[in-house]
Design a protein around this ligand. Structure first.
Ligand code: HSE
Length: 436
């Protein structure tokens, strides 16, 4: 059987998982790819505490020697972060090696130039593990659902955030307490701020939007809100109204552009996405031929991520002898800078429904004035709850669910309501999606 040498940069959780999968499933992988995969060299910043003599590959702390090794044909970049990962990938591509990465931030922010470099050197840069770990969502959009005009991709694509929201919803626990548990369990990013403020999900939806709609990667254009501003009261109110709050990443095609957004979202509690709990991920795709489909699985973790990395490796091995023009390109679209490519829409143009919570003085005419302002901005009300039982110092919480409206009108109405004397604090609004 033919043999191919690979090099691995990064031997942490994912790197070790990849070696385990390659070792444990070696025979099956050879049968699938037609090559024996030889791990030649692995780089790790420090090997302290690891018995390197027992490992069946060369161990180095100099990753440059891996990407410059002339015998190595394929590099797995599993170290994460911006630098030195970016320089190492660029060097590997320039050395005409195929690269497989799990680095979502790097693809979302620098993917465009990296894919160009790969193309110029007639090699491939693959990234299945960058989104939703064990769910092969990139292959799904790039290969399996290509018959469809996709209208939306919406998902729970950050396991840590979902773990926190699930515990807050089902156990009434406090945000900080659950975050600590998520960190202890190893779900959270090195900097958990990325999980909580939505950056991690924004990296992932940037990538999914490009594959779903054939548009350039535009991380900076993604509207991003985290879960750190959610209060237990909003979670309880949502439940009373028949909703759960999930932190969703969404890319939705409209007539004149695409909404790409990450934010806490009220979704009906009887939907499939609402049933995705704990650290699990799920991605819902709406296509005009397949209709609505949902893909569920572990979004992170040693072996689920390794499963995605090794699948990319097997694809790369299968295509080793193909000319670059005969390989599938990065998003599966032949034109991504075409003049007909849809732009990403600004938040003012989002079309969605809203949950609006306000604190108002319990006085005659306040509700009438609020509804007048909403009507003036063409906002139709679906339901209202007054929390009389929570009255404190003459102030009550007032909760509205609106019909679908353009976000600009909602923001204008919120500003006007906040200027009322009877309104005692800034309004809180959370977007609502029905997926019907
Ligand atoms: N911190 C990420 C998450 C890991 O919680 O989903 C997977 O990208």
């Amino acid at each position: 059987m033919k043999s191919v040498s690979i090099g691995i940069i990064g031997y942490g959780t994912v790197g070790q998982g990849v070696v385990e999968v390659l070792t444990q499933n070696a025979r099956e992988i050879e049968r699938r790819g037609g090559y024996q995969i030889h791990i030649k060299k692995v780089a790790k910043r420090s090997w302290a505490g690891i018995d390197t003599a027992a490992l069946p590959f060369e161990c180095t702390d100099d990753a440059m020697t891996v990407v410059n090794d002339p015998e190595i044909q394929i590099i797995l970049e599993l170290m994460g972060g911006d630098e030195p990962a970016k320089t190492l990938i660029e060097t590997a591509l320039t050395n005409r090696k195929h690269v497989i990465t799990a680095n979502k931030a790097l693809i979302a922010k620098h993917g465009q130039s990296l894919f160009e470099l790969a193309r110029a050197n007639e090699v491939e840069l693959s990234y299945e593990a960058s989104v939703a770990g064990g769910i092969p969502v990139i292959k799904l959009l790039r290969e399996a659902l290509t018959a469809n005009a996709i209208s939306s991709v919406a998902g729970i694509i950050n396991g840590t955030g979902n773990f926190i929201l699930t515990a807050m919803t089902e156990q009434g626990r406090q945000f900080d307490d659950v975050l600590k548990e998520a960190q202890a369990l190893g779900y959270a990013e090195a900097d958990p701020a990325f999980d909580i403020n939505g950056t991690d999900a924004a990296h992932k939806i940037t990538i999914l939007a490009s594959i779903a709609f054939g548009i350039p990667l535009q991380f900076d254009a993604v509207f991003t809100e985290g879960i750190d501003t959610l209060t237990p009261a909003d979670i309880v109110n949502a439940a009373e109204l028949g909703f759960v709050i999930k932190h969703l990443g969404m890319a939705i095609r409209r007539e004149h552009g695409i909404e790409v957004r990450v934010h806490p979202t009220l979704i009906p509690s009887n939907t499939m996405l609402a049933g995705v709990k704990g650290v699990m991920n799920a991605v819902q795709v709406q296509g005009n031929a397949v209709d609505n489909s949902l893909y569920y699985g572990p979004g992170a973790g040693r072996l689920p991520t390794a499963s995605a990395v090794v699948a990319d490796l097997i694809d790369a091995v299968r295509e080793l002898n193909l000319d670059s023009e005969n390989r599938l390109n990065e998003f599966g679209f032949t034109e991504i800078f075409d003049k007909n490519v849809l732009p990403i829409l600004p938040a003012e143009e989002f079309l969605t429904a809203y949950y609006v919570r306000m604190s108002v003085r319990d006085e005659i005419g306040v509700l009438a004035e609020v509804t007048r302002i909403l009507a003036k901005h063409k906002i139709s009300i679906e339901s209202i709850i007054q929390k009389i039982e929570q009255k404190q110092n003459g102030v009550i919480p007032l909760i509205f669910l609106t019909d679908i409206v353009q976000e600009k009108y909602l923001r204008d109405a919120v500003k006007e309501i906040e200027s009322m004397v009877a309104v005692t604090e800034p309004l809180r609004y959370i977007r609502v999606e029905y997926f019907d």
